[in-house]
Design a protein around this ligand. Structure first.
Ligand code: KIV
Length: 272
């Protein structure tokens, strides 16, 4: 049983900001069922995300675009039954957040399925959506940088914010989502200095995935943590913690310890 977290109380949304203020790193993993949820909850995951990555790693789809609200709600209900301590975040899948009213309906479904927060990708017209949800008591996690739901426009899964103009856009978007009321911000596949600058200037906790070690926390897809071959190209930021931990529980503990001690990600798992 994992026993060395700063608090074994159930996580709440305000507690995330408190962790950032106190310099405690946040540990997040994706999860899709109750059995794994129990292991994550007992071994140090502060946040558990029912990500639309389930389209790729569970359903075997080529992208996250086919995932529906019903899919996320089903997996959210399963995961919720396995949690007693971790905060449950659920993704708003492709186009379910296209306008404020649709997003409110989808988010209500996901909160009623057991989520405590919804995650949505992008800024721009999503700023209005974030503010609309937050005003209606729905905590929101924003997601910037590489946003997989934009794969058709981006032409693939590539590092974002590499040149000055692109970096400035991601920074401006980060300030804007925080201003709109997001309580958490996932930064995916951006250079380490950009994620560090955003983390220093936004007032909300940042969670990195391929965004370097200076974020307030880290997230990995569960299948990547366990070294499972998802049939997709393995990005640089992925590390197989099962090899180090020796069991699923050990892998979660190894990831949690490496994040909290600032050992993961290192330069080999980050973009300069
Ligand atoms: O869907 C997902 O798993 C995600 C994480 C990669 C952050 O959005």
């Amino acid at each position: 049983m994992y026993a060395s977290t700063p608090t074994d109380k159930p996580w709440t949304v305000p507690a995330l900001a408190e962790a950032r203020r106190e310099g405690r790193k946040l540990v997040m993993l994706t999860c899709y069922d109750a059995g794994f949820a129990r292991v994550l909850d007992a071994n140090g995951a502060d946040l558990v995300l029912v990500g639309d990555s389930l389209g790729m790693v569970v359903q075997g789809q080529a992208s996250t675009l086919p995932v529906t609200v019903a899919d996320i709600a089903y997996h959210t209900r399963c995961v919720a039954r396995g949690l007693s301590r971790s905060l449950l975040v659920a993704d708003l899948p492709f186009q379910s957040d296209a306008d404020p009213q649709r997003a409110l309906e989808a988010s209500t479904t996901l909160l009623q399925a057991g989520a405590a927060m919804v995650k949505l990708e992008g800024a721009g017209h999503k700023l209005e959506v974030i503010a609309y949800l937050v005003e209606r008591e729905i905590p929101v996690c924003a997601h910037l940088g590489l946003t997989p739901q934009s794969v058709l426009r981006l032409g693939g899964y590539r590092v974002q914010g590499r040149d000055d103009a692109a970096a400035e856009q991601v920074r401006a978007d980060a300030r804007a989502v925080a201003e709109a009321g997001a309580a958490l911000l996932v930064l995916e596949c951006v250079p380490t200095p950009l994620a560090a600058a955003i983390t220093a200037e936004v007032g909300i906790p940042t969670i990195g995935i391929g965004a370097g070690p200076q974020c307030d926390g880290q997230v990995l897809v569960l299948h990547d943590l366990l070294g499972l071959d998802s049939g997709h190209r393995r990005p640089k930021f992925v590390k197989d913690f099962l090899a180090e931990g020796g069991s699923v529980a050990g892998a979660v503990q190894a990831f949690a310890a490496a994040v909290r001690e600032g050992r993961f990600p290192d330069a080999t798992h980050s973009y300069a």
